[in-house]
Design a binder for this molecule. Structure first.
Ligand SMILES: [Zn+2]
Length: 347
């Protein structure tokens, strides 16, 4: 299809950010009071101050402005991990999201004991985040096109996939098949949830099975992989959808780069396991800026549902975004002046 590539990606696109639309679904209970800055594998709770340090360029970001820019660094374009509810607010039409499957609750089937027993850890995390588990699913419209939306929440135990996450993904796929609507999955995960042992690994087969069912019924699925998407999530539902989209700079892989480098005893290529690297290798279909994600999803939904994609995606804003990344054309000298100069020489 025309224009289906790495469009809209580039640091020059930083000029076109929309403020997040107001959404009644976002409440204070889900608004993080502390920033769980999650350089992958490390987790720090920083006091909610006025300034935030960019993980990528080290620049200081004014929190209010940073949040208005959808948690993207204004200097280097680094896309920070976005809480699940904020993602829904940015993606769905205001007020259109109807949450489903809220009755599914996680359970400590193994009596797993870490530093804190798993059941206690679940209760603490539920209280802290206001969520029951690491995935929020439901129905929504994007630019008026109905779809089923499932969003992972990294703030809940690193977005790990246990029985509830797997079941919600599977049910979301079944719901999409039943309603005849496209399914959009936002992945953001550290992988399978170790506290649930083999049960968490079973979710990989279950989610893929449900997506295969959706596929057989003629349904369309879109996977958006955000920073970070790793482990059993990459190895299952996030990688088997019809369209695979990555956010800029997102770490997407199975085992982490350090583990691989230590195992194979070789230096890894530059940008290994990042979206840009994976696009080059053909693992993902395109990279989409967070600021353009809603437009791009609307366009794909329009394609998938036989609507007019042009109506869902106005080309003018895209051109405005792409413009700064293209080098300015060298202006041609005026046509008349050289003639005069030549005449002057002849004289
Ligand atoms: Zn930065």
């Amino acid at each position: 299809m025309p224009g289906f590539g790495a469009v809209g990606y580039g640091p020059g696109g930083a000029g076109r950010y929309r403020a997040p639309p107001e959404n009644p679904n976002v409440t204070d209970a889900t608004e993080p009071k502390t920033m769980a800055w999650t350089r992958f594998g490390k987790k720090k709770d920083m006091p909610g101050g006025l300034w935030i340090k960019c993980e990528s360029c080290g620049g200081m970001l004014f929190r209010k402005e940073f949040e208005q820019k959808q948690r993207v660094c204004g200097s280097c374009g680094y896309h920070f991990t976005l809480p699940g509810r904020e993602r829904i607010a940015l993606t769905a039409d205001p007020g259109s999201f109807q949450e489903r499957f809220t009755e599914l609750m996680p359970a400590d089937r193994l009596g797993f004991n870490d530093k804190v027993p798993y059941d206690q850890k679940l209760a603490q995390t539920q209280q802290k985040t206001g969520e029951t588990d690491a995935l929020i699913a439901g129905t929504a419209t994007i630019k008026g096109i109905p779809c089923v939306l499932a969003v992972m929440n990294f703030q809940f135990l690193g977005g790990s996939m246990g029985m509830v996450v797997g079941e919600k993904v599977a049910r979301a796929a079944e719901l999409a098949a039943e309603l005849g609507q496209p399914l959009i999955l936002f992945a953001c995960s550290g992988g399978a949830r170790m506290h649930e042992g083999a049960v968490s690994l079973m979710q990989m087969a279950k989610t893929c099975g449900a997506l295969a069912l959706l596929n057989r019924k003629g349904g369309v699925s879109i996977s958006v992989m955000t920073h970070p998407t790793t482990g059993g999530v990459t190895a299952s539902f996030a990688s088997v959808c019809d369209f695979l989209i990555g956010e800029p700079g997102a770490l997407i892989g199975f085992a982490g780069p350090r583990v691989i480098a230590t195992t194979i005893k070789k230096e890894l290529p530059k940008g290994f396991q990042r979206s840009e690297f994976l696009l080059e290798k053909g693992q993902i279909d395109r990279i989409v800026l967070r600021a353009q994600m809603r437009d791009e999803l609307a366009r794909l939904l329009a394609y998938a549902t036989g609507r007019d994609p042009v109506a869902a995606f106005k080309p003018a804003p895209a051109a405005a975004v792409e413009a700064p990344s293209v080098a300015e054309p060298i202006p041609e000298p005026p046509a008349e002046k050289p003639k005069r100069a030549r005449k002057a020489k002849k004289d």
